[in-house]
Design a protein. Structure first.
Length: 161
C-alpha cells in the first residue's frame, strides 16, 4: 500500500492518499479545494489513477477539492448521503467497502461532530481516517450542524475503539 499524508495550515485539514502499488488505483480522503493543484500533480507524478475522492464529512470551514478532481481527473466523488449533496457518485454507508486495487477501506458511520460523519478503516486495521470525529487528544466540535456530543461519544466507543 502506498500512503501519503498532507496538512493544510489554513483549514487545519489532513488529506490522505492511499493507493495500491500494483494496480496504481488510488483514493484521496478529505481533499482541500485550494490544494487541488498539489494533489493532481502528485497523482500524475506517481502514475496513479484516482478512483474516488472521499470526504469524511463536510461543513462550512472546509471546502472539498473533490469536484475539482472530478473535473480534471475524472474521479468519482464519495460523500455520505446524509448531506444530500448533488453530483455525488457514490454515497458510502456504514458497512460498505471502498476498494482500490487490492486495498480496501471499511466504511463506518461516526456521527456526532456532524450528522453525516464517516470514518474509513484499512483492511489490515493499521490506519483509520476519522475526519474530525476523533483527533489526537480530542474530537471535533459538536455545537453546530446537528452535532451531538453523546452521539459522538457512542460513535468513538462503538465504531473506532
Amino acid at each position: 500500500m502506498l500512503f501519503r499524508q498532507f496538512f493544510d495550515d489554513v483549514s487545519s485539514t489532513y488529506t490522505y492518499l492511499v493507493a495500491d502499488e500494483e494496480t496504481r488505483e488510488a483514493v484521496l480522503i478529505d481533499s482541500v479545494f485550494e490544494k487541488h493543484t498539489r494533489d493532481a500533480a502528485l497523482i500524475r507524478e506517481l502514475g496513479l489513477k484516482l478512483v474516488v475522492s472521499l470526504d469524511t464529512h463536510c461543513h462550512a470551514d472546509h471546502v472539498t477539492g473533490a469536484w475539482r478532481l472530478k473535473a480534471e481527473l475524472g474521479t468519482r466523488i464519495g460523500l455520505s448521503a446524509v448531506y444530500c449533496a448533488k453530483n455525488v457518485d457514490m454515497p458510502p454507508s456504514h458497512g460498505d467497502t471502498v476498494r482500490v486495487g487490492a486495498c480496501s477501506l471499511e466504511v463506518r458511520a461516526t456521527p456526532g461532530h456532524t450528522q453525516g460523519c464517516l470514518s474509513f478503516v484499512t483492511a489490515d486495521r493499521t490506519k483509520v481516517f476519522t475526519g474530525d470525529a476523533l483527533l489526537v487528544r480530542g474530537t471535533g466540535r459538536t455545537d453546530f450542524q446537528l452535532g451531538d456530543p453523546r452521539r459522538l461519544f457512542r460513535s468513538i466507543r462503538q465504531e473506532l475503539f
